[in-house]
Design a protein around this ligand. Sequence first.
Ligand code: FAQ
Length: 310
Amino acid sequence: MDKHEVAFNDLIAQDLKIEPRDWMPEKYRKNLIRQVSQHAHSEIIGMQPEGNWLLRAPSLRAKQVLLAKIQDEAGHGLYLYSVAETLGISRQELVQQLHEGKAKYSSIFNYPTLTWADMGAVGWLVDGAAIVNQVSLQRTSYGPYARSMVRICKEESFHQRQGFEIMVQMAKGTPEQKEMAQDALNRFWEPSLMMFGPHDADSAHSSQSMKWKIKRESNDYLRQKFIDRTVPQIEFLGLTVPDANCKWNEETGHYDHSPFNWDEFWNVVEGNGPCNAERLEHHKKAQSDNAWVREAAYAYAQKTDISAVA
Ligand code: FAQ
């Protein structure tokens, strides 16, 4: 082991942060780029299901709040692209990998948002799951990633409340609204639980990522934490958990749940979910329609010699 590797291992062992100028094993760098880029793409593609409801929000207030939330997600994507750039990859390469199907984004954003109640379910469940995962990533070993998570988690917690507020309004509203809330919960429950990734036994990256402290908790541990936290919220809403086997287990101190449909998960991850093609096409189109903005900014930067923009 050379002195660089010893120093790196020492930082990890002491729970100190690895910073961009520190030496790091190539596999650590590559694994981080993979995870952070997947995370960044999720934030950006994740704007699409909610953007679908901006023009149909039921009040001006609801529209303003939803717009603010979606803008936050764009900001999260940008922080995370910047984190990935500190690891020596450019934004263009990251986007190209997404377009070529080499980089992933979260499976959850390949499901359609069919009713206004889905805006509640996405904020409450999807942002809620994202928080549980990202609070643990505040302690990840790579400094820029850990620091970006602090602000992102604060904003996600506003998003989670925005979603829960919609769910409360719908669940306590007319019988039809309550039915819409239940339907949204039914459709988003299992896909939200799958955001945490495959079972630990099937998680290809977990063991090495835990050793390097990129991941601080396992997929199953975080998923269970989310279930335990969310079931009482479902009960508060007067809705039904869409899983007959989801019951409190005195012995384990956790809620039990049915086995998940992993075939569906892998099908979505492999690009065959209900909205995969549409999401990617939309992103590619926006990228090409807006190329003139990047070209204009570049030309302006060259003329005015603003190296920060170039
Ligand atoms: N979807 O070995 P593992 C948000 C892939 S942010 C798609 O367990 P790992 C905010 C995985 O990449 C949501 N693919 O992987 C928001 C790997 O394939 P690869 C995003 C998945 O990395 C709200 C393979 O399966 N959050 O929602 C998924 O150790 C509302 C084997 O899996 C993050 O990205 C999945 N769900 O653990 C925005 C958090 N799960 O790469 C807008 C950061 C697994 O070898 C609106 N990421 N795969 O080809 C992480 O914590 C981890 O990457 C995990 C997966 C836990 C997601």
